[in-house]
Design a protein around this ligand. Structure first.
Ligand SMILES: Cc1ncc(COP(=O)(O)O)c(C=O)c1O
Length: 478
């Protein structure tokens, strides 16, 4: 039977319908084994075609949220094992600024470069590479159109057209940036580095989350900065009260905070808390450098709002890149600021001079071709499903007393092992078995998180990965 034109499902519409049902399941309005509305009544209720509802229900069935029963309709699936409890909250006490040690970090970074491991250590989404064929095609076409590009120098702040595309995308999520506010960088890491250089002197203290991405801590160490840590919890994000206390009590040159889905906790700071944080930092004259790298990888409907959307004083620099969602090897990122662009451009020129011209042109064409949103939907669906699979596998094979994050976006899971189990020892034991993970110790300068590990849920779920997670659980239980 042919599909009628007016019943062709619209991809955004089916996600909206799936979202309605999913919210009802999450809030308990629909309980396990309960029948959900029939296709016809849902189609009337949501004002969409029956084909769209079928697609929504199939999608929820694939994600294990609904079950189809022949001739009876769709029912809420019975959940398997209870999810693990969230990691224990960290005590919110303001501590003196600390230096960051390189203990363990070098070995861990070395392990990220190994291609012989089951790579559960690197925060990379394998599904991002699905776009590679299109990107390679765009690269070939760009070179064919302008064969001289490899010999063309692109000076800071970078290609105007790409800056315009980045500004347009950020405007959609509440940050009214102009192309002139954008500086193209070699990934988020260079954007963070240029921002810190523009704001800090050696010996200064900067505020960071605890735990936070070890790259931020290493950057602070490299620049001889001290860090003051405020807690980020997987369930509630940044502890605003602790941040306000720290800002009041310690002279700070800057704050470096992740906008959404903290690496490693997955914590998402609510908008109201972001507003308070932006206000507290502005009041005390502490510039905020936000690391927005994971916000596009949200599992819910809306992209979380960047901190800069709550700022009207020019106090926030927003850093991001294509690394997690499109192509980590492109090294295309950006820093967005209304106040500090001059210093960022000067810093860029004095360090890496410019960004690769070819990649900037390809990225511009990619955004203009409208490929990004459809691609992001694939990546997000894959990551959400994978996080559920990894969490279930951890619950099934790790020792009792293990806790884990349930992130609503991003690539990683933050796993608290039972007291006495050493995450660094587990990291070494896993390496011997050909498995890469990241030990908790590297995500703080305080020496905490010894009984934590971070696992990436970004790899394709294969029998080899399932075996590796089960083996890790056994090693953790020894
Ligand atoms: C929070 C965070 N910021 C920055 C980076 C580095 O990003 P890029 O590859 O764009 O430099 C990473 C990479 O893992 C990250 O997790």
């Amino acid at each position: 039977m042919g599909i009628q034109a007016d019943s062709v499902p619209n991809s955004l519409e089916y996600e909206r319908v799936a979202g309605i049902i999913e919210r009802q399941i999450d809030t308990g309005a629909f309980r396990a084994a309960e029948r959900v509305p029939s296709l016809r009544s849902m189609s009337r209720h949501a004002g969409v075609s029956i084909g769209t509802v079928v697609q929504a229900y199939l999608h929820l069935e694939q994600r294990g949220l609904l079950e189809a029963r022949p001739r009876s309709g769709y029912f809420v699936a019975k959940r398997g094992a209870q999810p693990l409890a969230l990691p224990t909250p960290r005590k919110a006490e303001t501590r003196a600024p600390r230096g960051v040690s390189r203990e363990v970090v070098d070995t861990v970074i070395e392990s990220f470069g190994r291609t012989d491991l089951v790579a559960l250590g690197s925060a990379i989404a394998a599904s991002a590479s699905r776009i590679n064929g299109r990107l390679n095609g765009l690269t070939r076409r760009t070179l064919r159109d302008v064969p001289s590009l490899p010999n063309v120098f692109s000076s800071p702040p970078g290609l105007a057209e790409l800056r315009g595309e980045v500004a347009k995308r950020m405007a959609l999520c509440g940050l009214p940036a102009r192309a002139d506010d954008v500086v193209i960088t070699n990934g988020t890491m260079e954007a963070l580095s240029l921002s810190l250089r523009a704001l800090c002197e050696p010996g200064d203290a900067v505020l960071v989350e605890s735990p936070t991405y070890f790259g931020i801590l290493q950057l602070a160490e490299h620049m001889r900065l001290k860090v003051v840590e405020v807690p980020n919890h997987p369930g509630s994000g940044i502890d605003v009260d602790a941040l306000e206390r720290a800002v009041r009590s310690t002279p700070l040159a800057a704050a470096v905070l992740q906008s959404s889905f903290n690496n490693p906790t997955g914590g998402l700071t609510p908008d109201a808390a972001k507003r308070r944080i932006v206000a507290a930092l502005a009041k005390h004259g502490v510039p905020l450098i936000e690391d927005d790298i994971y916000s596009d990888l949200h599992f819910g409907r809306e992209r979380p709002t960047p901190f800069a959307a709550f700022d009207d004083s020019g106090n926030v620099i927003t850093c991001g890149s294509m690394s997690k969602s499109i192509a980590i090897g492109y090294r295309i990122g950006w820093a967005i600021s209304t106040r500090y662009t001059e210093a960022l451009i000067r810093g860029k020129f004095c360090t890496t001079v410019g960004c690769p011209t070819l990649q900037q042109h390809v990225a511009t064409r990619y955004f203009r071709a409208g490929l990004h949103d459809r691609h992001l939907r694939h990546v997000r669906n894959h990551l959400r499903d994978n996080c559920e699979r990894f969490a279930a596998a951890i619950a099934a094979s790790f020792p009792s007393g293990t806790r884990a994050s349930h992130p609503a976006g991003g690539v990683v899971l933050w796993v608290e092992l039972p007291k006495g189990v050493d995450g660094t020892a587990l990291f070494h034991a896993a390496l011997e078995q050909g498995i890469g993970i990241a030990p908790g110790l590297i995500f703080s300068a305080t020496g905490e998180y010894r009984n934590f590990i971070r696992m990436s849920a970004g790899m394709e779920w294969t029998p080899a990965v399932a075996k590796a997670v089960a083996l890790l659980g056994r090693l953790a239980g020894k």
